[in-house]
Design a binder for this molecule. Structure first.
Ligand code: PHE
Length: 342
């Protein structure tokens, strides 16, 4: 019986050493060390032995089991090592291969202009304020001193959502919302960029959705000179230090007086060319002194506080700055157009 065990051990050990895969090794482990393995089988005959011999046979069988299980462990480690080595060899990375080129994005020209103008005004101590694109009639019109029958309220010009709500037609409602939050206490100094909507037919210079940047300053000693100085600095920043501005009388219900602001033509320097339609000047924005009614309705005492406000079209400024001749280019996302703004 002991002979039988030893023979078994030899055969098994040889088989274990010859095995080539971890799966096969596991099969052998089950075959030799499992409950129904040959060692167990041999040990069934132990009952017929003397106690002395039984003890001896037990020791031998344990020894055989240990030897086999050690052999399995050694073989397992060897196979695992071989597998990893093989995998490492197969998966070697050739660091000299050329990489895949990733496309790098960049700011959309409109967003780049907004960021530039924001940075300019932050430098002057302004805060950025934003509002919702869906506004109530009250904030978009009424609190901005736009009377009920004002043509800007016409269904023709605005996208109404219901009787009292519409897509904002300008960024001016943010003026009112900010003033209300200030509870009649100045100073207020904000810049409000955002999308606005109008029921215009799209063409080279009109878009039903475009962007504006609104500015508002309210304090106790604000004059038109502050407005002019601020806009002059902005224009020089945007179009070059040579540029000058001029103000023409205009009308907005929420400013009094109201002005239209022109910049001296950056294409011809003011002599007259096709860019400025031979006038030497290009209109760039609307502005004025905040109407006392607007201050009053927002909780500010117009006897104590004055302010100025301005609003400009981002597309228009960008088109002028880069000589873009069609506003629709900004929204059709043709890469050949966008890639020019590096
Ligand atoms: N809200 C005006 C517009 O959309 C622009 C503007 C803003 C004019 C502030 C004066 C003051 O045309």
């Amino acid at each position: 019986m002991l002979e039988q065990l030893k023979e078994l051990a030899q055969v098994a050990e040889a088989e274990i050493k010859a095995v080539g895969t971890l799966d096969e090794l596991n099969d052998l482990r089950v075959k030799y060390l499992g409950k129904k393995g040959p060692i167990q089988e041999v040990m069934k005959n132990m009952k017929s032995l003397t106690p002395e011999a039984r003890k001896h046979a037990g020791q031998i069988s344990n020894e055989v089991k240990r030897t086999l299980s050690d052999a399995i462990t050694v073989q397992k480690e060897a196979l695992e090592l071989a597998e990893i080595t093989k995998q490492l060899a197969e998966e070697t990375i050739d660091v000299t291969l050329p990489g895949k080129k990733t496309m790098r994005g960049r700011l959309h020209p409109l967003n780049a202009i907004v960021a530039d103008i924001e940075a300019f005004f932050i430098g002057l101590g302004y805060h950025i304020a934003e509002g919702a694109e869906v506004e109530s009639d009250r904030y978009n019109f009424e609190l901005l001193n736009l009377p009920q029958d004002h043509p800007a309220r016409d269904m023709q010009d605005s996208f109404y959502i219901d009787v009292h709500h519409l897509l904002r037609t300008h960024t001016s409602p943010i003026q009112v919302r900010t003033l209300e939050k200030a509870c009649g206490q100045g100073p207020v100094k904000i810049l409000c960029p955002g999308k606005v909507y109008r029921r215009d037919d799209d063409d080279a210079t009109h878009s039903h959705q475009f962007m504006q940047i609104e500015g508002l300053v309210v304090d106790t000693h604000i004059t038109m000179a502050d407005l002019k100085g601020t806009l002059e600095a902005l224009v020089k920043h945007l179009f070059g230090p040579e540029r000058e501005i001029r103000m023409r009388p205009s009308f907005f219900p929420f400013t009094e007086p109201s002005v239209e602001v022109d910049v001296s033509c950056f294409a011809c320097g003011g002599d007259g060319c096709s860019v400025c339609k031979q006038t030497g000047w290009i209109e760039i924005l609307g502005a004025g002194m905040v109407h006392p009614n607007v201050l009053k309705m927002s909780g500010f005492d117009p006897e104590m506080y004055q302010g100025f406000a301005f609003g400009m079209g981002v597309e228009r400024i960008t088109m002028l700055k880069y000589g873009v001749e069609d506003i629709r280019h900004f929204y059709t996302n043709d890469l050949r157009f966008l890639e020019q703004f590096k």
